[in-house]
Design a protein around this ligand. Sequence first.
Ligand SMILES: *Cc1c(COP(=O)(O)O)cnc(C)c1O
Length: 386
Amino acid sequence: MKAIYLDYGATSPVRPEALEAMMPFLTSEFGNSGSIHDFGQRSREAIERARRMIMEAVGASSPREIIFTGSGTESNNLAILGAARKRKHLGNRIITTPVEHPSVLEACRQLEREGFELVLLPVDETGRVKPQDVRDALDDRTVLVSVMAANNEVGTIQPIREIADVLKGSSALFHTDAVQYFGKLPTDVKELGVDLMSIGSHKVSGPKGAGALYVRKGVRLEPIMFGGGQERGLRPATLNTPAIVGFGTAAWLAAREAESEHVRLSALRDKCFRRIREEIGGVELNGHPTERLPGNLNLSFHRVEGQAILLELNRKKIYVSSGSACSAGKHAASHVLTAMGKDPETAWQSLRVTFGRETTEEDVNRFVDELKEVLRYLRSLIGHPS
Ligand SMILES: *Cc1c(COP(=O)(O)O)cnc(C)c1O
């Protein structure tokens, strides 16, 4: 039985081009990019090539606008803590949404403990923020607004450009967590109108252990770690050369393929959902019907817990997620679905299926066939044949 991985929202396998680019730096080319000798400088050059690839992939103007970090989580922490603390003298209000990734929400809660006032914007039943609500929450003491580009659980895409337009002329910085969005949709920091943008390597077929923060020229941040002068003092640590090199290659290729992959994965996703609705039934799509990530289906099957479906599929070597990977272990109803006004029942029923680069039509067909069996079985247990 072939395993079918449908959990690209959690992570993705390293693509061969990225692995190939990394190999020398995992073996013979192990120099510290901070060393002055030629051996170190070859690592330095590889990192600078990766930086330019990321710069191009996100539409930044200069390599100096790209800061390498260790993860998407770290990029979010650096952006939020770094921007707010640097601007404390200007005001103490920060604005975000209740559907953010925990690495944004918890960083904001930390700021709240430090005396900042945290405003959580309302979201509608699809998980979307209204730009008008940003306008209403904004005051002249607002130092930072952070709204994710696309949600990791339900795939909803936020109106980032429209929010940026609302913020024009205000002194607030605009950060977006684009860890899910980047690589799946064409991403350009100038078109999005953001000051800060987080991306991560392992969600775009790069290795784990690398992330990046786009910091628009002129934006000042307070470091959150202290040590050496690497990454302009914003990320003091020996750079993870192999991971960064793999990340650069993967990000550059993902950006180049985003448009065609968007078309392919959206078609796969729509076909998959159509089959599920027609052949299984008793199902609801969570998130926005059209403004959603191409490879994301978040489904609630009536009367059946998402976790139960996940475990049955697992026995068939089909790997999906219920809610987000981070909340799965914690056994709490998804904060995203709760914020969207879903009743606890619907939240418990949620199953997240995410497609990616290696997903084929054959995989999706087999998934639906097996899911049909699983639902028939689980619903028979509770005396409600579908
Ligand atoms: C995965 C993810 C993160 C965290 O990235 P890591 O690299 O796993 O730390 C942050 N935000 C979103 C939207 C994500 O999907």
